[in-house]
Design a protein around this ligand. Structure first.
Ligand SMILES: Cc1cc2nc3c(=O)[nH]c(=O)nc-3n(C[C@H](O)[C@H](O)[C@H](O)COP(=O)(O)O)c2cc1C
Length: 259
């Protein structure tokens, strides 16, 4: 029996990369059998999608960076997704581009085609494929329900984009893709970064959570005794990969690897 979510079932070639992302877990046949399975959204979506999409097709994940601090999480996640063999649609808002320049030592080009080359070179050894999309590229597959990605991660997510997505605005490809992912009941993971949160931020998060989105603020745990910033980043990225059903060994699991 074919399971409902191809994200979990994918076992195609994905050489362990620098972030040690495992091959996708070869669990039982259906995600519905797993304790952390999405309740109904993924199952509904997958039953239709499986008929059209071969099981060996790599997962298609939209990764959107917005102009909040913490782009390190997104850059690490991008590498892990490509190492895992995913097809990644990368969206970078203009403010995100500014923040990359301030939060990191990277000189990421601003133009879409140049950014595509930059990240392709940076991840040249990864088996996954990358498609950098412009924020107004309405012809992109992820702008349509029929081309919706299996999952979308907004990481980090500004309070502005949080509000836009919670309100269903579609003034950029990023917002439209999130709207599509919600309406098609695919997986939407949002990493809001602000401190403290106002009532508006909290209400927007609640609104999205009630629609099935997973709200994952960058709150690393310290029980693994992190030794570096990389450890803290990996803790958060590992939890996102878990929610994408992508096997990972970035961070020990409580009560499992500790034994
Ligand atoms: C260095 C820097 C850091 C920022 N950090 C945050 C942040 O952590 N959270 C946030 O919501 N906005 C932050 N902002 C403000 C957003 O970039 C700004 O509201 C922008 O309009 C968001 O647009 P976007 O959501 O389309 O990327 C930051 C801006 C700069 C320049």
């Amino acid at each position: 029996m074919h399971g409902p979510l191809s994200l979990l079932q994918y076992t195609g070639a994905c050489a362990p990369g620098p972030c040690s992302v495992d091959r996708f877990r070869a669990h039982g046949d259906t995600i519905a059998e797993l304790p952390h399975a999405l309740p109904d959204a993924g199952i509904l979506a997958g039953s239709v999608r499986d008929a059209a999409q071969p099981m060996s097709a790599p997962p298609r994940v939209a990764l959107a960076l917005t102009g909040a601090s913490g782009v390190q999480y997104a850059l690490r996640l991008l590498g892990c997704l490509l190492d895992a063999g995913c097809h990644v649609y990368l969206l970078v808002s203009r403010p995100a581009h500014v923040v990359i320049g301030m939060d990191t030592d990277l000189s990421v080009p601003g133009r879409t085609a140049d950014m595509q080359r930059f990240f392709e070179q940076r991840h040249a050894d990864a088996p996954g494929t990358l498609e950098v999309l412009g924020m107004q590229q309405w012809t992109a597959p992820i702008a349509s329900g029929s081309g919706a990605p299996d999952a979308m991660v907004i990481c980090p997510c500004t309070t502005g984009t949080l509000a836009s997505v919670a309100s269903g605005l579609c003034t950029s490809l990023l917002e439209r893709a999130a709207d599509v992912v919600l309406k098609e009941r695919r997986r939407l993971i949002v990493m809001p970064r602000e401190m403290p949160f106002s009532e508006i931020h909290l209400e927007n998060m609640l609104r999205l959570a009630r629609m099935g989105a997973v709200i994952m603020p960058p709150n690393p745990g310290f029980y693994n005794h992190p030794q570096s910033i990389d450890d803290l980043v990996d803790f958060v990225v590992a939890r996102i990969l878990d929610h994408l059903d992508i096997g990972q060994t970035l961070s020990p699991r409580w009560g499992i690897e500790h034994e």
